[in-house]
Design a protein around this ligand. Sequence first.
Ligand code: GDD
Ligand code: MG
Length: 232
Amino acid sequence: MEVVILAGGKGSRLLPHTAEIPKPLVPIGDTPIVEILLRQLKKAGVTKVHMAVSHMANLIMNVVGDGNKFGLEIVCSTEEKPLSTAGPLKLIKHLPEHFVVANGDILSDIDIRALYNQHVAGDALLSIATYEREENIDYGVLETSAENVVTGFSEKPSYHFTVSMGIYVFSRAVLEFIPRGKPFGFDELVLELLQRGKKIASYPYDGYWQDIGRPDDYARAQADIERIKGLL
Ligand code: GDD
Ligand code: MG
């Protein structure tokens, strides 16, 4: 099982933690996020990891090296200009028939082997791990018509969403739908595949999942430190 880790984002929403180090190197306890991820991947039986890097690439490459210290083969793929969240895959040579792609800022105890196996056994071109989220609105929410007439009212409602966890399995055929040499987002890729009638599978998950995007997410991850140590 090979994995691509997307690790080239600017991490602007996590300032000031990302002023001098890129987001994958921000520590949880005293371990950089990327190191937690790599140790988990090793435990899951992964052999080779491609790190797609761009912003502060050298710092990340120095920390992960050739992967030897994690018992993995790590190859870094550097973008001269950031290619967003699907574009970087086009630069990586010799990807296998199926491979995992994961954001570099996610902590989760999802069993990626099970996700991978579901994908390989099915006929979808892409599988997306999904999570159920409730968003509570702190206001009274109105429905209004185009004529500014109130047609509905709901006090502090909760909305339910199925969200993408930022962990996927790709079949290599998906690479044909990614343009070369220009920024192309995973969101654009999904819309392109749907428009062309290609099958995308979801993989619902309800265990631990935390995206380290904003300072409050980071604080939550720090508070979950014992749980995160349990992942290693
Ligand atoms: N190599 C490379 N190049 N990596 C990038 C680039 C780039 O240009 N831009 C972003 N990344 C990496 C980031 O480092 C991060 O690990 C991952 O791609 C996702 O980027 P974020 O900027 O963290 O995206 P997000 O958190 O707003 O949204 C993403 O994650 C959500 C789940 O946490 C999306 O994938 C959403 O659809 C998803 O729900
Ligand atoms: Mg993120």
